[in-house]
Design a protein around this ligand. Structure first.
Ligand code: 2U9
Length: 344
């Protein structure tokens, strides 16, 4: 029996050593150490041995089994190491290969124009203020010298949520809020970019939602010439250094006097063309000196302080700067349009 066991051991170890893959190792294990294998059979026959022989044979069976198991484990380790080696050899990464291009998005052209305008005014010492898009009638109209019954408050012109709450029709309420927070302190020198909403039929030049940037500068001795200098600097930096501006009298309830501001035509430099309707000028914004009522209502003594304010539609500025002929391009998200504004 002892010889038989030793012969089995040699046979099993030889087969384990020769195994080419995990499957073959498993087969050897099942063949020699499995329930129906020869070693288990020897163990079953132990009962027929004498009391002296039994412990010796038991010890030998254990040794044989351990040695076979060791041979199997060592084979498994060897095969695993080889598998890893093969994998590393076949899966090497060529770091010199060009990468796959990542499709990057880009900021919306309107956002880009807002940022350009912000940079220009930040350079002149303005700060940026923001406020809610859903406003009360009080901040949107009342504080801006548009009392009840004013035609601009017509239900047909604005998106009312309740009788007293609406989507802001301009960013001016942000300035009114800023003035109240400043509690009569000066200077108030802010620009307010943001979305505004008006009940309008959309066409090539009108949109029921658009972006505005308004500005406000209140201090002692602020005059119309400060306004003109500020807007000329803006026009030169936004369009070109040889830009000129002109102010035409106008009317807004929140400013007195009020003006409309033109820039010399960016296409024909003032000579006259189709874009400027042969006038040489293009209107870009409205402005004026803050109405004394507006100053007083938000806590500023109109005898001590004066201020200027202006407002512009961002789409209009962007359309002029980039020669865009339809405001709806900004809101229909045609990738061919948007890609032209992709920044590298
Ligand atoms: C306060 C006081 C005064 C803001 C101003 C305009 C003139 C103006 C329009 C331009 C084109 C709006 O987008 S648009 O339709 N805006 O003409 N806005 S002065 O005046 C203010 C604002 C806030 C407290």
């Amino acid at each position: 029996m002892k010889d038989k066991l030793l012969a089995l051991k040699e046979e099993a170890i030889q087969k384990a050593t020769k195994a080419q893959d995990m499957r073959a190792v498993q087969d050897v294990k099942v063949e020699y150490l499995g329930k129906k294998g020869p070693i288990t059979e020897v163990l079953r026959g132990m009962g027929q041995l004498s009391a002296e022989e039994r412990p010796l044979m038991g010890q030998l069976v254990n040794e044989v089994r351990n040695e076979i198991e060791e041979a199997l484990t060592s084979k498994v380790n060897e095969l695993e190491a080889k598998l890893l080696e093969d994998k590393l050899a076949t899966e090497t990464i060529d770091v010199t290969l060009p990468g796959r291009p990542v499709k990057a998005g880009s900021t919306h052209p309107l956002t880009q124009v807002v940022e350009q305008i912000e940079d220009i005014f930040l350079g002149m010492g303005f700060k940026i203020a923001e406020g809610p898009e859903v406003e009360t009638d009080y901040f949107n109209f009342e504080l801006l010298n548009l009392p009840k019954n004013h035609p601009a408050r017509d239900m047909q012109d604005s998106f009312y949520i309740t009788e007293d709450i609406l989507l802001r029709t301009q960013t001016s309420p942000v300035q009114a809020r800023a003035m109240q927070e400043m509690k009569g302190e000066v200077p108030v020198k802010i620009i307010c970019p943001g979305k505004v909403f008006r009940r309008d039929d959309d066409d090539a030049t009108h949109s029921h939602q658009f972006m505005q940037i308004e500005g406000l500068y209140i201090d002692r001795d602020i005059s119309m010439s400060d306004l003109k200098g500020t807007l000329l600097t803006f026009a030169k930096e936004m369009f070109s250094d040889d830009q000129n501006i002109r102010l035409r009298p106008s009317f807004f309830p929140f400013t007195e006097p009020s003006v409309e501001v033109d820039i010399s035509c960016i296409l024909c430099s003032g000579k006259g063309c189709r874009v400027c309707k042969h006038t040489g000028w293009i209107e870009i914004l409205g402005a004026g000196m803050v109405h004394p009522n507006v100053l007083e209502m938000s806590g500023y003594d109109s005898k001590t302080y004066t201020g200027f304010a202006f407002g512009m539609g961002v789409e209009r500025i962007a359309m002029l700067k980039y020669g865009i002929d339809d405001i709806r391009h900004f809101y229909t998200n045609d990738a061919r349009f948007l890609k032209q504004f992709q920044r590298m």
